[in-house]
Design a binder for this molecule. Structure first.
Ligand code: SAM
Ligand code: SF4
Length: 325
């Protein structure tokens, strides 16, 4: 699966539900969004069909996301089915961690290859402000449970909303104490994220170096994507950054997305792609589906234009919870 500029696409992020048990301020409104009905979202069989065809075309890695993927019943069954697809090397998960404690054993049993836990702060009051919930304790219990499975790599993803230094150093401290990589992700001006400014990698690095000493670039690769990492002396895990704005990485983009309702999205910022659900449900042939997927990928947008104010009819209007992050 190669696009017109030669980028190889071997990674898909699949939103398996638009529903979520949190209301992070940069992702969803307090009252939530109109949830899709069960008929509107792709069935597990439809997801497996799409992934099987894409694996025949070169797909290797799948990230299960949402909304909150753990609120969809039998998510572990789906993970098990995705793992069985010939050519798929890794099936990983991104979760807010609230239901992780209860579901970790099932996820490990299904063979999940790695888990990313989204956690923006360790401070209860700030957690309440950012997520509009008081479930920090459950997330921390979920992380403790996940640490009981050392063969499953863990990452914490933080999108800093408040730049208080102690918040950043406390989160990074997780990687000091535990074999968990902590990544700081720049807020993207998508959906409800448009009302926030991003906290840049350089600002965060300055804070962390003041607290923990020099950060040395780590050359190895850890995961599917465009993050880069640093080692710190005495740290069990690494510190990573996904700096889509201050260090744009579109040239290396290897991914597409599948929304819960089956739209194959080829760039986070644009509404370009293909309605695969309509094709799947119209009974079209596998070759037609593959041709549509190939065509969507060929015309993948060259890059995002987050920093440009522009009128663009194709610009994404979905919220991040509907896209999958
Ligand atoms: N509910 C799961 C979770 O929070 O991990 C999975 C879905 S969530 C949409 C996936 C990721 O997108 C989370 O790490 C979240 O912090 C991130 N995210 C949401 N809105 C964002 C934005 N505007 N900019 C950058 N990251 C964002
Ligand atoms: Fe839910 Fe994840 Fe969005 Fe937070 S970031 S509201 S946990 S989908």
């Amino acid at each position: 699966m190669r696009d017109q500029t030669g980028r190889d696409i071997d990674y898909i992020r699949i939103s398996i539900t638009d529903r979520c048990n949190l209301r992070c301020v940069y992702c969803m409104p307090e009252e939530g969004l109109r949830p899709l009905s069960h008929e509107e979202i792709l069935t597990f069989d439809e997801i497996v069909t799409v992934c099987t065809l894409m694996a025949q075309m070169g797909l290797k890695k799948i990230k299960v996301t949402g909304g909150e993927p753990l609120v969809r019943r039998d998510n572990d069954v789906l993970i098990g089915k995705l793992k069985e697809i010939p050519g798929i090397e890794k099936v990983t998960l991104t979760t807010n961690g609230i239901l992780l404690k209860d579901q970790m054993a099932k996820l490990a049993g299904a063979g999940v290859d790695a888990i990313n836990i989204s956690l923006d702060t360790l401070d209860e009051k700030q957690y309440q402000e950012v997520t509009r919930s008081d479930k920090l304790k459950q997330v921390l219990e979920g992380i403790s449970e996940a640490l009981k499975y050392p063969h499953i790599p863990l990452k914490i993803n933080c999108v800093p909303v408040k730049t208080q230094e102690e918040n950043l150093t406390a989160l990074a401290g997780f990687a000091k104490e535990h074999p968990i990589h902590v990544r700081f992700i720049e807020m993207m001006p998508i959906g409800y994220g448009r009302q926030f400014t991003f906290c840049s990698e350089d600002e965060i690095r300055a804070v962390l170096e003041r607290a923990y000493g020099p950060m040395t670039p780590y050359e190895g690769r850890l995961g599917n994507g465009p993050s880069h990492y640093y080692s710190l002396e005495g740290f069990a895990g690494k510190i990573g950054f996904v700096s889509s704005i201050s260090h744009k990485f579109c040239e290396q983009c290897n991914r597409v997305r599948l929304t819960a309702e089956g739209f194959l999205k080829t760039c986070l910022q644009y509404d370009t792609g293909y309605d695969l659900r309509a094709m799947l449900r119209s009974g079209c042939e596998e070759d037609e589906l593959k041709a549509a997927i190939g065509d969507a990928i060929l015309h993948k947008p060259l890059s995002h234009h987050f920093l440009e104010k522009k009128e663009d009819s194709e610009e994404e209007m979905r919220a991040m919870s509907q896209i999958g992050g």
